[in-house]
Design a protein around this ligand. Structure first.
Ligand code: NAG
Ligand code: NAG
Ligand code: NAG
Ligand code: NAG
Ligand code: NAG
Ligand code: NAG
Ligand code: NAG
Ligand code: CU
Length: 575
């Protein structure tokens, strides 16, 4: 009798966790086509004891988890019932020849306007692991995001022990305000946008915040002795995160939809845009264990959200906590200090491809792009509440990226419409300087522009990404649409072509779609330009892309249909 009643509230708590354990959409035959409807709409959502009208997909936060197999096709009909323009980006999906389905607004498509709809159609080609989807319009991705899980083809096993359960762990970021108002306010004042009020795990902040109720903590029920695959996604807007689970070490087996050489760690650092697959074994005494995440804040002195989000890994045999909360307090894991760059670097440098890979070696195009912040001297008639009466900005190679507003770059390119963009993005910084030294104030103000860099189909590209100390150094998670790339090396200070090439890993570098360029340092990546289209390259901290930390590659068609972008779908939105 008694246990029946004490279990009831317990099961309602477990529900959130369970939703993620049994994904609804799984496939039983080879190369399936998965149809989904995504209704983008405003819903009341209560977090931190306040109810906010929140833009969601199908009323869910996080949005629906999509589960497919390598080789499957997705057809997602997006209906915009919200009051904002929206687009959806399928983060990390290669989109071979289907750039029209990539999603960044004004880059590959015009936005889906309120009342409009657009159907994204694309096929997963030779990718396995964890990706995700999110809005790519203003700051809507704060609440419009979800997991995209790619299993191996039917009857193909994982290259590791088959897990008993698979659980997406989606790290998010929550404002006690409408995120669109937060970014709009920053655009008006020129100051940095307000920092967030909470981080979340699978949409909930956890119970370390001032105002929470039991349902604000996600509980993940597990059995003893299981091997569990956690698919960890950093969907936060502006923060890299440290993540750990009390009492449980994690074996990293994948990142950004590529398998990796397994290694074991007690903490991981994950940048916005990145995913990390880990195996854990429930080999601890039955009990309740917090999983927790807080910021890795690499920019010195900049304000950031210093809160900690938690969820609870709960051994079923440990019994159920009652409504009154008599259950034992879960154990908290130790997370590195917010500014612990050493721990962040130690973790990322361990990520490798499982075995020898084919790294492009005969490089056709050598690129060197600076990535960093800037300050604009106050333009007449504008508000300038940035440092000392300036406005914040950001750039790559001194170009602060401005989105077009009457055409997407891809549509303008395909139709030959002039005046939307230019193709003179510089291959190297227009001015060479001590990038991470004491940079003269004369160099702090970049030029606003909409420039792309043209790549010939099939060219082998090496790109050095170099952070600058203009205003402040910071770790920038750089994401390339439509591609993944090998990360050959990274380091601190200025990249030195004379000595740093010796550090290149040409054997088993990791294959990623987002690389965290070290704070005050550099990363070197390589890829082959085998996907024609227009592909945004940007910092995945939304505060930085908003300021212009972006550019785009225009990859030309090759020879014949199979090396050319497909024609645009009939329902592609126009501006
Ligand atoms: C940003 O923070 C300030 C100070 O707390 C507050 O007054 C303002 O309303 C916030 N802006 C938004 C859009 O929430
Ligand atoms: C977070 O920052 C606030 C002030 O911004 C400070 O009062 C508080 O102690 C900080 N908390 C932690 C855990 O660092
Ligand atoms: C990290 O922050 C602590 C204070 O919280 C400070 O004492 C320490 O010097 C900082 N370390 C670095 C590398 O900035
Ligand atoms: C702002 O001005 C103060 C006083 O002149 C100076 O110390 C500080 O470095 C300036 N900050 C920036 C970002 O320019
Ligand atoms: C940086 O350079 C400026 C002149 O460009 C100089 O006034 C300032 O003292 C230098 N700061 C440091 C920390 O070296
Ligand atoms: C960027 O361009 C502006 C305008 O030409 C110039 O004043 C500034 O020095 C340049 N900065 C760098 C880092 O090249
Ligand atoms: C919405 O998209 C249209 C183009 O389709 C554009 O003209 C308009 O400025 C956009 N609205 C906002 C608020 O960005
Ligand atoms: Cu950045």
């Amino acid at each position: 009798m008694e246990s029946y009643y004490t279990l009831r509230p317990c099961f309602s708590h477990l529900l959130l966790g369970l939703l993620f354990l049994f994904p609804l959409y799984s496939s039983f035959t080879a190369a399936e086509v998965h149809y989904h409807d995504f209704v983008v709409q405003a819903n009341p959502v209560k977090r931190l004891c306040k109810t906010l009208n929140t833009i969601t997909v199908n009323g869910q936060l996080p949005g629906p988890t999509l589960v497919v197999r390598n080789g499957d096709t997705l057809v997602v009909n997006v209906v915009n019932r919200a009051q904002y323009n929206v687009t959806i980006h399928w983060h990390g999906v290669r989109q071979m020849r289907t750039g029209w389905a990539d999603g960044p607004e004004f880059v590959t498509q015009c936005p889906i306007r309120p009342g409009g709809r657009y159907t994204y159609r694309f096929t997963i080609e030779r990718q396995e692991g964890t990706l995700w989807w999110h809005a790519h319009s203003s700051w809507l991705r704060a609440t419009v995001y979800g997991a995209l899980i790619i299993r191996p083809k039917l009857n193909n096993p994982y290259p590791f022990v088959n897990p008993k359960r698979e659980i997406p762990i989606i790290l998010g970021e929550w404002w006690d305000a409408n995120p669109i108002n937060v970014v709009r306010q920053a655009a008006i004042t020129g100051a940095a946008p307000n920092v967030s009020d909470a981080f979340t795990i699978n949409g909930q902040p956890g119970d370390l915040y001032k105002c929470t109720s039991p349902s604000d903590t996600v509980i993940i029920p597990v059995d003893s002795g299981e091997t569990i695959l956690l698919r960890i996604i950093n969907a936060a807007l502006n923060n890299e995160l440290f993540f750990a689970i009390a009492g449980h070490r994690m074996t990293v087996v994948g990142a950004d939809a590529a398998y990796t050489k397994p290694f074991t760690t007690s903490v991981l650092m994950i940048a916005p845009g990145q995913t990390t697959n880990v195996l854990i074994t429930t080999n601890q005494p039955p009990g309740r264990y917090y999983m927790a995440a807080h910021a890795y804040a690499s920019a010195q002195g900049a304000p950031f959200d210093n809160t900690t989000t938690t969820a609870i890994l709960q051994y079923k045999s440990a019994g159920c906590p009652t409504e009154g909360g008599q259950a034992s307090k879960p154990i908290l894991p130790t997370l590195p200090a917010f500014n612990d760059t050493g721990s962040a670097t130690a973790f990322t440098s361990k990520i490798r491809s499982p075995s020898r890979v084919k790294v492009p070696t005969n490089i056709d195009v050598n690129l060197f792009f600076t990535v960093g912040l800037g300050l604009v001297n106050c333009p007449p008639g504008q508000r300038c509440q940035g440092p000392n009466g300036t406005r914040f900005t950001a750039s790559m190679n001194n170009n602060s990226f401005v989105l077009p507003s009457t055409f997407s770059i891809l549509q303008a390119h395909y139709l030959g419409v002039p005046g939307i963009f230019t193709t003179d993005f510089p291959a190297v910084p227009p001015v060479q300087f001590d990038y991470t030294g004491n940079v003269s104030r004369a160099l702090w103000q970049p030029i606003p522009s909409t420039k792309v860099f043209k790549l010939k189909y099939g060219s082998s590209v090496q790109l050095v990404l170099q952070d600058t100390s203009i205003f402040s150094t910071e770790n920038h998670p750089m994401h390339i649409h439509g591609y993944h790339f090998y990360v050959l090396a990274d380091g601190f200070g200025n990249f030195n072509p004379g000595t740093d090439t010796a550090k290149f890993n040409l054997i088993d570098p990791p294959l990623r779609n987002t690389v965290g360029v070290p704070v005050g340092g550099w990363s070197v990546i390589r890829f082959v330009a085998d996907n024609p289209g227009v592909w945004l390259v940007h910092c995945h901290l939304d505060v930085h892309i908003t300021w212009g930390l972006a550019m785009a590659f225009l990859v030309e068609n090759g020879v014949g249909k199979l090396q050319s972008i497909e024609p645009p779908p009939a329902d592609l939105p126009v501006c």
